[in-house]
Design a protein around this ligand. Sequence first.
Ligand SMILES: [Fe+2]
Length: 444
Amino acid sequence: MIEGDIPKDIEGTLLRIGPGKNEVAGKKNDHWFDGDGMIYSFTFSSEQIKFQNCYVKTPAFIKESRKNKRMFPCFGTLLLGPFSFCKKIKNPSNTNIFLDESSIITLYEGGRPYRTDNNFEKFSIETFRGKLAFWNFFGAHPHMHVPQQCYYNIGYFAPSIGLGKPKLNLWQWKKGRKLKKVMSLKMDKPYVVHDFAVSENKIIIFCSPYFIDRKKIWRYVQNKDSLFDCCTWDNEQKTKIYVFDIHSKNVEYLEMERFFVMHVANAFEKNGSTCVDAIVYPDDSGMQLVKDLFHGKQSNASPGKLTRITIGKDHCDSVLLSDVGVELPRINENFLCREHRYVYGIEVSKDNFSSSRLVSIDVHEKTCRFFDFGRACYAGEPIFIPRGTNEVDGYLVSLVYNSHTNASFLAIIDAETLKELARINLPFHIPLGFHGNFFAQYYV
Ligand SMILES: [Fe+2]
């Protein structure tokens, strides 16, 4: 059922993804990150709005569903039984989603992407014409580099997470061309790097002192702790910043007081420095918040805040842009790699990773405005659909879960006025998800 008027100028496909099946054989996973991916799409055309959803049918999902049995360890959930650690960790392909030509690509940073055709029936590993070998992971946050019209993405050389110097690769992905490895960064520890930043000339990778602690891996081998539990926050170590120059291919290295970057909203260059607007935590709170939310627990962790990290030739500093706890930041992507003024996200409090409010932050004025869906509602990542040339000219679309009715709806909000224009009510609920994107193409 549709309430309000859907703007006629929204034409294309909204794709979203998240953990859709959070249990195996009736037993709940221990971590939100481990749920099998579920795709949901809304296709807007002049004639109709079409909704579709399906699980990402990975080989692990198919095997476990057929046997109704947990058969693979996950990042945050152990598989009990002897020699379980020898089994490959499940890739639920649940974190981000893209439309490439007529195919959908689903992403998870602890594995390779999956590609599906137009009927959601068959999913196959995406190797980008054979370039992404099975030992390479591919991150969940590829970033569009507007001047080169290509994506950049990071991903670990998987065996190096456990042995030797961890190697984080930087990939360039251009439509119609082979995937290209443009850098391989050797690090001292396998840092958890969920997102990174791309500006006109630089690529910035933040390595916060949060990493898979090899000294704890024996606990994973003994089935005592999951890999998530083997991650450590080191209070003695600073955050390492690697700055890759897209043209010269040189890498510069800087350090800052420790902080953790979960998501990056945008990066741009100004007065000879690179500015990165990101959700920054004082420690590994963000990771704890995510786990606590999944288990319905109150968290003592501090929410992340929108912060500008400015990186100059030999120095860097940070400034808080808003005191509001916020996550899942998005901008009008016509402003990617150049200076933006507005960042949108969901409000996050100490008590809950998710909330009923969307936030619009004016980073020039350092002010905030909110849109509240009301009690019992949980807003999803607001995705910006541009309408004109002005930065605020567009719509925010957010998939919201109403716990009162146990159903979800897609809200369309005017990004400038923050007024709700329309609501597409679904007759069922969709589990809270992670990320999505809008494409001006039809996926049917
Ligand atoms: Fe993410």
